[in-house]
Design a protein around this ligand. Structure first.
Ligand SMILES: *Cc1c(COP(=O)(O)O)cnc(C)c1O
Length: 400
């Protein structure tokens, strides 16, 4: 038995944290580097014209052109599919382009798509603006009400988007109920599974057809790479996504793929650390008189908590909280400005904690938000006690 066979047998019984360190990789003979090489290429040379002519770019047993993949990008795709429980993965230059790839691959003029009202904003905007301008109708459903999605289904509906939890307002939908609805109407389902990062939620075990993730977040972990992935189990669906991916000219650079591969080694550990610290900070915020509501799916009174408890094994370090309606937006801004350890900036999943105020009532009309000002926190890798002390001093500024 070779070392690699030994590793892959052992691997099947190991936890994700272990498997992440033991992915199969054959370094050049005599060079047992732990991390794989970074390959950069546009041109890939063929031995002769016959080899060039016989090469099928869709097959990942060889190389055709940099845009169709390199050993580095193929390895990242393979590892992401393994982590997610998928059979196939495609890399895209951002999380947003992973969303738009799914839309463009599956929808045609005259079709309709259902999108959760709390979906990732730019993805919703793409559906409502660009798809609509090409004759594809996008309808927004209430993510906490399966019937609201059912009422929007017409013979033209092809695709049901899911997101768990919703962006910014963090509602956890009834994924099983929504998948059942889609099945009954012959709709494809796609989930934006960025929050779960392949760890907290197993979309293919719930019968979801496609999972997309912004690798920009936890897989990279460094706040320094933009990338996305589209994953599925079905071969024919993958073929359709692959053709659209090629026709749109999507691809990622070897250096970026390498950074994400390196990030994967520590993914499980970082996710657990973000999760534990975020729950501590969220629970502390719940005890603060100025805080009206903490929106973290693992908290019992958070919207859709029962769905989280049923379908998820962990939570990301991302959550939001609201202030009493009488706290003016200007004072919320002053609170965020007073934070010293939390950076003010978009995205999440990196080592630095971040805070962003959102005018959530202008973004959507969820009843429970009732006009309360909202701040989203991304908990980084700082010590949770230090983050709590920082929030405490900024809340004191708010009260002053
Ligand atoms: C960040 C994010 C995206 C988009 O990722 P980018 O790489 O920034 O384009 C999509 N969905 C969710 C839920 C996200 O948080």
């Amino acid at each position: 038995m070779s070392r690699n066979e030994h590793d892959s047998r052992l691997e099947q019984n190991c936890a994700l944290a272990t498997r992440l360190q033991h992915s199969v990789y054959e370094p050049p003979a005599g060079f047992g580097a732990v991390q794989p090489a970074t390959w950069r290429a546009s041109t890939v040379l063929f031995a002769d014209v016959a080899a060039l002519r016989s090469r099928d770019w869709r097959r990942k047993d060889g190389y055709t052109y940099g845009l169709h993949g390199t050993p580095t990008t193929f390895m990242l795709e393979q590892r992401l599919a393994e982590i997610e429980g998928a059979c196939h993965a495609l890399l895209c230059p951002s999380g947003l382009s992973a969303i738009t790839l799914v839309d463009l691959a599956l929808l045609e003029h005259g079709d309709a798509v259902l999108v959760p009202a709390n979906g990732y904003g730019p993805g919703v905007e793409f559906a409502q603006r660009m798809l609509a301008s090409w004759g594809i109708d996008a309808h927004l459903y209430d993510p906490l009400d399966v019937d609201s999605a059912a009422r929007l289904i017409t013979p033209r509906t092809r695709l049901l988007w899911l997101e768990a939890p919703g962006s910014v307002s963090m509602e956890m939908p009834d994924l099983r109920g929504l998948v059942e609805l889609a099945r009954a109407h012959g709709l494809r389902t796609a989930i934006d599974n960025t929050w779960a990062a392949g760890i907290a939620l197993r979309p293919f075990e719930l019968g979801i057809d496609i999972s997309i993730q912004a690798l920009t977040k936890y897989q990279s972990g460094g706040a320094d790479v933009l990338m996305g992935a589209v994953m599925c189990r079905d071969d024919a669906l993958h073929e359709r996504l692959t053709l659209a991916h090629m026709r749109l000219g999507l691809g990622v650079g070897g250096d970026d793929a390498s950074l994400v591969l390196r990030g994967l080694s520590t993914l499980a550990l970082r996710y657990a650390a973000h999760d534990a610290a975020a729950r501590r900070v969220a629970q502390w915020l719940q005890t603060q008189p100025q805080v009206r509501r903490v929106l973290h799916p693992a908290l019992p009174d958070s919207p859709g908590h029962a769905h989280w408890a049923r379908d998820c094994s962990a939570a990301a370090g991302l959550f939001s909280f609201t202030f009493a309606p009488e706290v003016t937006p200007a004072r919320v801004d002053a609170f965020v400005d007073a934070l010293q350890l939390f950076g003010i900036g978009y995205s999440w999943g990196g080592p630095r904690s971040l805070a962003v105020p959102y005018a959530i009532d202008a973004m959507r009309g969820a009843a429970w938000v009732d006009g309360s000002p909202l701040v989203r926190l991304a908990i980084g890798l700082e010590d949770a006690d230090d983050l709590i002390a920082d929030l405490a001093q900024a809340l004191a500024v708010l009260s002053a």
